[in-house]
Design a binder for this molecule. Structure first.
Ligand SMILES: *Cc1c(COP(=O)(O)O)cnc(C)c1O
Length: 398
């Protein structure tokens, strides 16, 4: 058996590889340079162009580009009129922003448990947590896999809830052949560098509803409008006149970020194809390992694959999850854990959330880690990751 690097053996590779990385090409750089040479660094034509590109790609009627994915979620909560006294149901296995956006509005996030096979929010658990105070559901397409859209839509319809999809992982995913972005009342994207495509920072909210669209516009630009039909003082005729008609924020994206994201949109399908090929190689390599459980997919989801998660079967291994993680790092494969249950964080604990709320999520959190997955990985990188997982597994096999 090969000696583990953590025990003084040779690492599988010399150069460290991380769980995610952007893919920026010359034409992306050119697209940004053009904007930097132009008149508009912000509030210019590149933002509309990005919004239009997102509308065409997803089939959603309206897109609002914003400064990041967290701002997108906050704007969606504002547009949903979420406020003090409201409850919003979400998953604990997500980035903190999916729940923080509810707190920004003075409302209370309520955590539903996950499906132990797909790791996505379990519609039955959503239903069990609906109360008279529930205003909305924020469902996360964790790892890129679509949530059970129809079941969640049905619950939202039955109780009159607003359905927000946190699709930070899932631009390019389809559910029953339809693009994520056109399916919920509002869908939020992130363009952080580890996500499918990037603008450095960036985000967007998509909707099919004109009323929500108008509120999203206001939320991300100070609540200020120049649209006469929305003003309270319709008699005003001065050309400079505008009104602040609600409380909003400055969540604008810049034109150079918008140009970068639009340029990346040209290659999103190629990126996803590459991700799918890597996922297939991983699946085939790990399927036969009894020490590792692979994430299950619902047949409705044609997944863009943001993350690849391996779940350790502790009873079959002579190491902890941390031991496995550290052994992988010593092989120069830097994994990550997505995610620590949100309500475990000290801030949430101080708000009164207790451990044990979502037993399935907590149980799965103990055993998971994300291995590298991004389109710029070449075949050797993929082989190295597979090699390391098998090497570490075999060394710790009981
Ligand atoms: C990345 C991410 C966000 C936040 O996006 P930012 O652009 O980093 O603000 C929100 N939700 C999930 C699930 C994410 O992965």
């Amino acid at each position: 058996m090969e000696k583990l690097a953590i025990h003084g053996g040779n690492p599988v590779r010399e150069k460290k590889i991380f769980y995610g990385h952007q893919c920026i090409e010359e034409d992306d750089i050119e697209a940004v340079s053009q904007v930097l040479r132009s008149d508009h660094l912000t509030c210019g034509p590149k933002i509309k162009e990005l919004e239009h590109t997102l509308e065409i790609y997803t089939g959603a009627k309206y897109a609002v580009a914003v400064s990041n994915g967290t701002a997108a979620l906050h704007c969606a909560c504002i547009a949903a009129d979420i406020g003090y006294g409201d409850e919003v149901i979400t998953t604990p296995i997500t980035f903190a922003a999916s729940a923080n956006c509810v707190l920004y509005c003075g409302a209370r996030p309520v955590f539903a448990d996950i499906d132990p096979d797909t790791y996505n929010i379990d519609p039955d658990s959503i239903r069990a947590h609906v109360t008279e105070k529930t205003k909305a559901v924020i469902a996360v397409d964790f790892t890129g896999q679509s949530i059970r859209n129809k079941e969640i839509r049905d619950i939202c319809n039955e109780y009159g809830l607003i359905f927000i999809e946190d699709a930070a992982h899932a631009i390019g995913t389809k559910y029953n052949g339809r693009c994520v972005g056109s399916l919920a009342d509002m869908t939020c994207f992130s363009f952080h560098p580890v996500k499918t495509i990037t603008g450095g920072e960036g985000g967007a909210v998509l909707t099919n509803k004109k009323g929500l669209y108008q509120k999203l516009i206001l939320a991300h630009t100070h609540g200020i409008t120049r649209d006469r039909s929305m003003m309270s003082d319709v008699s005003q005729k001065e050309p400079w006149y505008y009104e602040e008609i609600s409380l909003g924020y400055n969540y604008r994206i810049t034109d150079f970020q918008a140009a970068l994201i639009t340029s990346q949109m040209n290659k999103i399908d190629r990126f996803i194809e590459r991700r799918k090929i890597i996922v297939k190689a991983y699946d085939e390599a790990f399927m036969g390992l009894p020490e590792i459980i692979l994430q299950q997919e619902i047949p409705e989801s044609d997944t863009c694959h943001h993350l690849y998660i391996i779940r350790l079967v502790q009873e079959r291994l002579n190491c902890t999850r941390e031991g496995f993680f550290n052994a992988m790092a010593a092989e120069n494969i830097q994994c990550q854990v997505h995610y620590i249950p949100v309500y475990w964080f000290p801030y949430y604990q101080r708000l009164g959330y207790i451990k044990g709320l979502c037993p399935k999520a907590e149980e799965i959190y103990q055993n998971i880690m994300s291995i590298p997955l991004y389109p710029k990985m070449d075949d050797q990188d993929v082989e190295d990751v597979i090699h390391a997982v098998i090497k570490v597994t075999e060394n710790y096999r009981k």
